[in-house]
Design a protein around this ligand. Structure first.
Ligand code: ATP
Length: 345
């Protein structure tokens, strides 16, 4: 098991004014599955290529268990990368593709065959070994590419948007496969994705990148409930963002004063609460609200509220949803309130 550390990693493409990766510091714990999440263009793929050695950084370091791999050739790093569109060699069979790296390492054909068979079974491609890659579906090709990477027992596995080209039913299956292979092998794995739901479902921890930098690195729940900044909150669908002042355990804003959880920091802050944490009904931090709109979303209903001229959004059970125009009581449980730094105007 191997820890991966990125220190001040920086890369600017020629002719570009802004760095694609800008002083990125990230410490990935050994044996974890981390999602590298962020909007299109935030520098995820560039980061992967720097770790894999397909690009050279302008500054910074990449370390495996404390040892720099920055100046090693890609094949000597112990890092395997599976690309979004798996490029299998068309002239080799599926088994030939999966065993390719072992052949390059000079293993005997019998030994390669002995390792390829179980690996194909592990990615549910039993019996597909003799086929040419062109006869595999997209999902099967992706699994063959995964097998080709895993058979080399890399210290770090990089997966670039492994699910994005698959249709939804295959996505779940591939997600489960990646998760179980990672647990079984314990290989430190970094998965690039721009899809927050995918990142949450797949990973132990999420490293959220915004504009080439690390915005937050934490377990998925923390990014939802305890975003470090407004930008993180917004990326995770945070809609209730209320500027105000925190003092002596109370929050003063355009809303009536709210009781904060113990230990809340004081000063100018931006308060947030997840829509699903707002209770429609009586409770602590009770407020009088007008129901502005009610939108049925399937498993939940979104309720837009007006409290003292402040817009809040709640998510609730469709069976108990109020009606537009209702005057209701809502409660903002103190333990669900989270304070972020307030951007300077
Ligand atoms: P996506 O999710 O769309 O793949 P990403 O987060 O992986 O995006 P990168 O591909 O790392 O982002 O790109 C980061 C920035 O660098 C973007 O502004 C992109 O336009 C730019 N970029 C990427 N590759 C090159 C290149 N070869 N030459 C110049 N600029 C590039």
């Amino acid at each position: 098991m191997t820890a991966l550390q990125l220190q001040g990693l920086t890369k600017t493409y020629p002719g570009r004014a802004r760095a694609a990766v800008d002083g990125l510091d990230l410490a990935i714990e050994s044996g974890t599955l981390t999602a590298l999440l962020g909007p299109s263009g935030c520098g995820k793929t560039t980061t992967m290529k720097l770790v894999a050695g397909l690009l050279a950084p302008d500054a910074g370091d990449i370390r495996l268990d404390g040892q720099s791999i920055r100046d090693l050739a890609p094949e000597r790093r112990g890092v395997a990368m599976v690309l979004q569109n798996p490029l299998l060699f068309p002239h080799l069979s599926v088994a030939g593709n999966v065993g390719f790296g072992l052949r390059m390492r000079g293993l005997a054909p019998a030994e390669i065959a002995a390792r390829v068979g179980p690996m194909l079974a592990r990615v549910q491609l039993d019996g597909f070994g003799p086929r040419p890659p062109a006869q595999l579906s997209g999902g099967q090709q992706q699994r063959a590419a995964l097998a080709r990477a895993l058979i080399l027992q890399p210290r770090v596995l990089l997966l670039d948007e492994p699910l994005s080209s698959l249709d939804p039913s295959l996505r779940d299956e591939m997600q489960r496969l990646i998760r179980s292979l990672q647990r079984e092998t314990g290989i430190t794995t970094l998965v690039v994705t721009h899809d927050q739901a995918e990142a949450v479902a797949l990973s132990d921890r999420i490293a959220l990148m915004l504009d080439g930098r690390l915005a937050q690195h934490a377990p998925p729940e923390d990014l939802y409930r305890h975003p470090a900044t407004e930008a993180v909150a917004r990326f995770f669908g945070g809609v209730n963002l209320i500027p105000g002042q925190s003092q002596d355990g109370r929050f003063r804003s355009a809303l009536p004063a709210l009781t904060l959880p113990p230990g809340a920091p004081s000063g100018d802050r931006l308060l947030t609460i997840r829509p699903e944490a707002i209770v429609l009904g009586d409770g602590p931090n009770r407020l009088a609200a007008r129901v502005v709109s009610v939108t049925f979303l399937g498993t939940q209903t979104r309720v837009a509220l007006d409290v003292n001229g402040v817009s809040l959004q709640a998510l609730t059970n469709p069976a108990t949803a109020p009606t537009r125009g209702d005057l209701i009581q809502v409660s903002l449980p103190p333990q669900a309130l989270w304070l972020m730094p307030r951007p300077k105007p």
